[in-house]
Design a protein around this ligand. Structure first.
Ligand code: ZN
Length: 154
């Protein structure tokens, strides 16, 4: 299979079977206690994409994340891939991942195997009008983490 075909299939798969889609189950024992529960949302008006995130942070780690959204296949596939990549990581690791994703989409860095399915989205850097679609979920999470940090140490 050609690599471009493979990438198309990966994107389509995340679009049609999004991972971590929906709402966190706040009634579950897992979340009982004083865990900060965060939400963040953002839109890309150019394309009509909207992403809504819910996530939990405990001891500096993002322990769970869910997303909902509407829009194009690229924005939703990127959100699905993002949630898989950040779950279980520390905030520091996530922030450096977000920076890496931005540099890749700006064409300043090459992606690598550690980026997993995100590599399927890298080609969008050659389509400037669609970069915002792919970046949306990542910048929404970035904003959400910034808000969380403000809340815990104003
Ligand atoms: Zn879009």
């Amino acid at each position: 299979m050609e690599i471009e075909e493979l990438y198309k299939e990966i994107i389509l798969d995340h679009y049609q079977n999004p991972r971590n889609y929906g709402d966190l189950d706040l009634s579950s024992n897992f979340y009982r206690g004083a865990y900060p529960f965060c939400t963040a949302e953002g839109e890309n008006s150019l394309c009509g994409d909207a992403i809504y995130l819910q996530f939990f942070i405990e001891d500096g780690k993002l322990i769970d994340i869910k997303f909902k959204g509407e829009g194009c296949a690229l924005s939703l596939a990127s959100a699905s891939i993002m949630t898989e990549m950040v779950k279980g990581k520390t905030l520091e690791e996530i922030e450096s991942l977000i920076n890496k994703v931005k540099l890749i989409l700006e064409g300043k860095e090459e992606s690598s195997d550690e980026l997993g399915d995100f590599q399927a989205l890298e080609g969008v850097k050659n389509l400037p009008v669609r970069i915002k679609c792919v970046l949306l979920a990542w910048t929404v999470l970035e904003d959400g983490i910034r808000d969380y940090k403000k809340k815990i140490s104003p």
